[in-house]
Design a protein around this ligand. Structure first.
Ligand code: AMP
Ligand code: GLY
Length: 422
């Protein structure tokens, strides 16, 4: 099978690494890719916004499956363009990608499908939104409706802060993403993620994870795309996972099919484990980054037939096989991330880290004549397996410490929550 993998981050490097191990693989192409992905795939310089060019390439290269990594092209309808031309695609249609692209859409689905989630109301008018605030108590959560690169969520601890957030969003700080907003009840509990594969009808659980969104040790400082993650998390016990599948994921997939927007691809459920049971915080319509890195390390079967089955409505309803191991990934970021990361800094020692059993997934790197340099905010995702999260953490940090990246930094406490469970 010839596969075209789209994206250029650590998530896509992990997918490329795993796909490259498949005996069913013909040629793996990746666009636009990165130097790490280039170890496993032929890189093609196609921008993800150019749907016509991607379709032309897929036809020319006789691609049997396109795997779309990031959300933006999904929300723009790339999967529809390819599918209409008869090409199998792993990733949802534009309509189904609204599960990530519109908070209001997801909330309406939760209402229809009876999915437990925070109480909410949607607004396009600032005065009406402000008038509704007292119903929600404090803290209160204000969210831009559309994609806002992870920055469209404000947890306001005072009424003034909530009103300022409403003015900001309706006032256009997030562009059209904020022209409508959602006010939500604040949920208390531990946050976990569950991934699920779906072909539109059949759904199978694809593992749990927890990530660290804040930039600093002890979960301090501004939010980022994710500074590290581990899988599985014991916070999501098998019983809770079964409940999430039964009460949240399956009804959502069924509700999407009923609405004529069957969801194919990977559904990433962000969940709060509240005193009243698991509640949905949000859906993403793609693998998490860096959650994908830890899932791929643990997956104990061929990824390619799974993705192909999801893309072609032939997914089997059976449990996925996992290594009896934990995986943990530490993101090495460029100094000053998430603000204005310092790019161009030299990176050495990746080979040594890899030789010691860790996988170093490239997230934002560039190959120059002088060697590998940083080319983004998150630069590397250093990932290792262990018999426990504590052992995986030790192995990952051993690998981190063998990498020489003077203009970068990482958190030193990835996995602390899981390790504190004893
Ligand atoms: P989102 O972009 O929807 O994932 O929100 C970003 C982060 O804000 C989540 O990962 C949660 O930590 C937090 N968050 C979002 N919604 C709520 C909520 N209703 N209650 C508490 N925390 C929330
Ligand atoms: N790590 C969170 C995300 O991929 O959205």
């Amino acid at each position: 099978m010839n596969v075209l993998l789209l994206g250029s981050g650590g998530r896509e490097h992990a997918l490329a690494w795993k796909l490259a191990q498949s005996p069913l693989l013909g040629t793996l192409y990746a666009a636009p890719g990165n130097p790490g992905i280039g170890h496993h795939a032929a890189l093609v310089p196609l921008p993800l916004s150019d749907q016509a060019a991607i379709l032309d390439f897929a036809r020319e290269a006789e691609i049997d499956l396109v795997v779309i990594g990031p959300e933006q092209p999904l929300v723009e309808g790339l999967a529809d363009t390819l599918r209409t031309a008869g090409i199998a695609v792993f990733g949802p249609s534009k309509a189904a990608a609204q599960l990530e692209g519109s908070k209001g859409f997801t909330k309406a689905l939760c209402d229809r499908a009876n999915v437990p989630t925070a109480a909410y109301a949607a607004f396009t008018n600032a005065a009406e939104a402000k008038a509704a605030l007292p119903r929600f108590g404090l803290p209160v959560v204000i969210k831009a409706d559309g994609l806002a690169a992870g920055k469209g969520v404000i947890i306001a601890i005072s009424r003034e802060e909530a009103e300022a957030a409403i003015d900001d969003m309706i006032g256009g700080r997030f562009g059209s993403a904020g022209a409508s907003l959602v006010i939500e009840e604040f949920l208390e509990g531990e946050e976990v993620s569950l991934f699920a594969l779906s072909d539109g009808k059949t759904v199978v659980a694809l593992g749990s994870a927890q990530d660290h969104k804040r930039v600093g040790d002890g979960d301090t400082g501004p939010n980022t795309g994710g500074m590290g993650a581990y899988s599985p998390t014991r916070a999501l016990t098998p019983e809770l996972e079964a409940r999430v599948m039964a009460e949240i994921v399956r009804p959502s997939i069924a509700g999407m099919a009923e609405a004529g927007m069957p969801f194919t691809g990977v559904l990433f459920a962000g969940l709060m484990l509240t005193a009243q049971g698991p509640k949905l915080i949000e859906y993403n319509v793609r693998f998490g980054d860096p959650e994908c890195q830890v899932l791929m390390m643990r997956l104990d079967e061929d990824l390619l037939p799974l993705l192909h089955a999801a893309a072609t409505a032939t997914l089997e309803d059976r449990p996925i096989r996992w290594k009896d191991k934990a995986a943990l990934t530490v993101v090495m970021a460029a100094n000053n991330y998430p603000d204005t990361p310092e790019t161009g800094g030299a990176i050495r020692g990746v080979d040594i880290a890899t030789a010691n059993g860790a996988q170093v997934f490239h997230a934002g790197t560039r190959a120059e004549a002088s060697g590998l340099v940083a080319a983004g905010g998150r630069v590397l995702a250093v990932t290792a397996l262990g018999d426990s999260v504590a052992e995986a953490q030790a192995a990952a940090y051993r690998a981190v410490d063998s990498i020489d990246f003077p203009t970068g930094f990482c958190r030193r406490d990835i996995g602390w929550r899981e390790i504190a469970r004893g």
